[in-house]
Design a protein around this ligand. Sequence first.
Ligand code: GZL
Length: 320
Amino acid sequence: MTCNRRTVLAAALVAAFTLNTSAFAAKPLVIGFSQVGAESEWRTANTVSIKDAAKKEGITLKFADAQQKQENQVKAIRSFIAQRVDVIAFSPVVESGWDTVLREAKAAKIPVILTDRAVNVSDPSLYVTFIGSDFVEEGRRAARWLVERAKKTPDTVLNIVELQGTVGSAPALDRKKGFEEIIAGNPKLKVIRSQTGDFTRAKGKEVMEAFLKAEGKKINVLYAHNDDMAIGAIQAIEEAGLKPGKDIIVISIDGVKGAFEAMIAGKLNVTVECSPLLGPQLMQIARDVVANKPVPKRFTTQEGVFPAEVAAKEFPNRKY
Ligand code: GZL
């Protein structure tokens, strides 16, 4: 065989091998993710964490924003099933109403991972695992801070107004439950008004305006289920000619940058951390699930409590 023919044959063999291996190269994992919406600073940071982690991991992410509507999440999950994604992950806007669509995912043999919020389903096998915070403990931490704060005014009953999160959502239900558990039986702490602000600044401001109109200077404390509602309420308190953080103690949850800025300005007294940075953990767990590795049913994120006194020092360390 001439030298030239040998060279052509060798090139052909290399090309064939390369084509072959590329044909068998592992195709990227495909995750279908249904997000609640874009209602708060927390949610925005959560979305960034998930998208960045997928990109860093070379994972194909099909992302759907439900605009806080459960029917949009159900539609998105059905679309992911039709597209035969490898894994479905979602943050359920509310706890109930998921059995039917999750049974469809199970029938299609597509594993489901819950992030951020939990679901109430009759069959726990409808999802593989849940990665998120302990919202009941977050509510307890908010109340424990207030119990300590109330010891400074032992002869005063503190009237509390509460801005709840989205009706029916796990964080709203559990943060209320944890807070009530700790203040139960304490004669110095009394919730006089409680209403949803749907986790948004606008609604938080609107409901706080109504609280102030109804109760005025009787209000001593605001407990908001997230920083965005607290920040909206702070605007309402100022527009009513009162000093947030002083005339009205302001307690909230999430630990977003906006809360640290409000604490540094003396308008917010404490924020209980709820980390949105779930992206890297979700990607790793998705890979483990697809590889049939055993994963725990629950991953609980570790978090802290940040009173105003530490806000300036901690602010440079904040990642969301
Ligand atoms: C909590 C998350 C909540 C945040 C809000 O994990 O579900 O939803 O506390 C967000 O800011 O809107």
